[in-house]
Design a binder for this molecule. Structure first.
Ligand code: AMP
Length: 277
C-alpha cells in the first residue's frame, strides 16, 4: 500500500491504472476507521482491482471549529487497518496541497442540501460536495462507495454525479451497527458510558417509527411523536419522516419513507436513519 500526500501523484497513478483498464474504487473517509468504514473497503476490494481510500478530515464540512479540532484522529492505526484490508493507495493530503493557494471553488447541490442536516449545519454539504468532487476528479474511479448511515450525503453525491456527468457508479452500503443497534460512528468514542447507553435510543426511536408505519399508521405527526417519546438524549436537532429521494418532509405518508434523527449527547452530535420500503 502506498501512502500519498500529493494530489498530482494520485492523479498520475489513477490515470495510468485507467489506461491499463484496471477497475478503480474510491472510498472517501475522514479516518478513525471502524467496522462501518471497513465494510465499504471490503466491498470495494471485492468489486474492483484497485482501491483508493482517502483519509482527510475536511475542514470545509465542519460548521463548528471545535468539532473539527476534537474530531478523532489515529493515523497509524488507520494505515495499519487499510493495509490489512488490501487498500492500494491511502490518499491523505495535507490541507495546503489539497487546497491550492487562492482556492475559492464551491460545489453546491441546492435543494437537497437544505433539509435535515442542512438546516442545522450551514455549509456542511457544500464542504462535502466540494471535497468529494475533487476526490472523484483526482482518482477517476469506476465506483465510489458511501454509507447509508449518511443518507443525505449519499443522495447529494448521487445528484452531483448525475448533474456533472461524472462517469462513476455510486455504491451505497448498509449501515453497520453495534449489537445494541447504535450506528457505528467515529464520534461514538467521545461518548461517556452513560451517554453511550442512552445513545441506543436513537435507533430504538427509528425502529418504533418503522413498526408504526408497518402497522399502517398514516399520520407522520403521530409517528414523530412516538419516536420523540423514545429518545433519551440531551437535545434533539430533528426527527423527520421524509421522502427518500427529495428529502422533504412528508405531510401524508407514502412508502418508501426515510426516518431520520439527529441528537446531542453533551458536545457530541449523532445522526442515524432508517429506510422503510
Ligand atoms: P466518515 O469517515 O464518517 O466521513 O465516513 C466515511 C464513509 O463511511 C461515509 O460514506 C459514511 O457514510 C460511511 N460510514 C460511516 N459510518 C458507517 C456505518 N456505521 N456503516 C456504514 N457506513 C458508514
Amino acid at each position: 500500500m502506498r501512502v500519498l500526500r500529493e494530489p498530482d501523484r494520485l492523479q498520475r497513478i489513477c490515470w495510468r491504472w485507467r489506461a491499463e483498464k484496471k477497475r478503480i474504487a474510491l472510498v472517501p473517509t475522514m479516518g478513525a476507521l471502524h467496522d462501518g468504514h471497513l465494510s465499504l473497503l471490503q466491498r470495494a476490494r471485492r468489486e474492483c482491482e484497485r482501491v483508493v481510500m482517502s483519509l482527510f478530515v475536511n475542514p470545509l464540512q465542519f460548521d463548528r471549529k471545535r468539532d473539527f479540532r476534537a474530531y478523532p484522529r489515529d493515523f497509524s492505526r488507520d494505515v495499519r487497518l487499510a493495509r490489512a484490508l488490501g487498500v492500494d493507495i491511502l490518499f491523505a493530503p495535507s490541507s495546503d496541497l489539497f487546497f491550492p493557494s487562492g482556492f475559492e471553488t464551491c460545489v453546491r447541490v441546492e435543494n437537497l442540501s437544505r433539509p435535515l442536516d442542512g438546516r442545522f449545519r450551514p455549509g456542511h454539504f457544500e464542504g462535502v460536495a466540494t471535497v468529494v468532487g475533487k476526490l472523484l476528479i483526482l482518482s477517476a474511479p469506476h465506483r465510489a462507495y458511501f454509507g447509508e448511515k449518511d443518507f443525505q450525503q449519499a443522495v447529494i453525491i448521487g445528484r452531483l454525479i448525475r448533474d456533472l456527468h461524472v462517469p462513476v457508479l455510486s455504491v451505497v452500503c448498509p449501515t453497520i451497527r453495534a449489537s445494541d443497534g447504535l450506528a457505528l460512528s467515529s464520534r461514538n468514542g467521545r461518548l461517556s458510558l452513560s451517554q453511550r447507553i442512552r445513545a441506543r435510543s436513537i435507533y430504538q426511536a427509528l425502529c418504533v417509527g418503522k413498526e408504526l408505519i408497518l402497522k399502517g399508521e398514516k399520520n407522520p405527526k403521530r409517528i414523530l411523536e412516538a419516536m420523540r417519546r423514545v429518545l433519551n438524549v440531551d437535545r434533539v436537532d430533528y426527527v423527520e419522516v421524509s421522502d427518500p429521494k427529495r428529502l422533504t418532509s412528508l405531510k401524508t405518508l407514502r412508502r418508501p419513507v426515510l426516518l431520520s434523527a439527529a441528537a446531542w449527547f453533551g458536545k457530541t452530535r449523532l445522526i442515524d436513519n432508517l429506510l422503510v420500503k
